[in-house]
Design a protein around this ligand. Sequence first.
Ligand code: RB5
Length: 145
Amino acid sequence: MRIALASDHGGFEQKEQIRDWLTDQGYEVEDFGCNSTESVDYPDYAAPAARAVASGACDRGILVCGTGIGMMLAANKIRGIRAANVTSVPFAELCREHNNANIVTLSGRFVDLATNESIIEVFLRTEFAGGRHARRVEKIMDLEN
Ligand code: RB5
């Protein structure tokens, strides 16, 4: 599985650790920055990572900012993206099972690394449930037209 990873300065430190942790597990990770704790604008990093997921170049995306909220809002502007801001493991499971989220956005300031790693583990391994949820997700995607 190929993963698009990005952060702003608020998520930079966790993003670096998440990249190494995923690489150690054998995931292919494309790191779209940022590259330091210097202040940057999160849409500049959310957009290329989200485009990589939307185009199919990457299978899933992981975006980290201070709260995860800005990254989620920016990523969801890209056609084909369903980005969910997740702060708990049950929500990681549900955003995959019910919403077929293709990007998870994380808080680097309010959620610790171990919790975010558990969220990522569940996000990456949980399949979309389909069925009645497929109809609902199709209706979300129709809103792009
Ligand atoms: C940057 O200070 C902060 O606003 C950003 O990391 C994020 O939390 C936005 O949603």
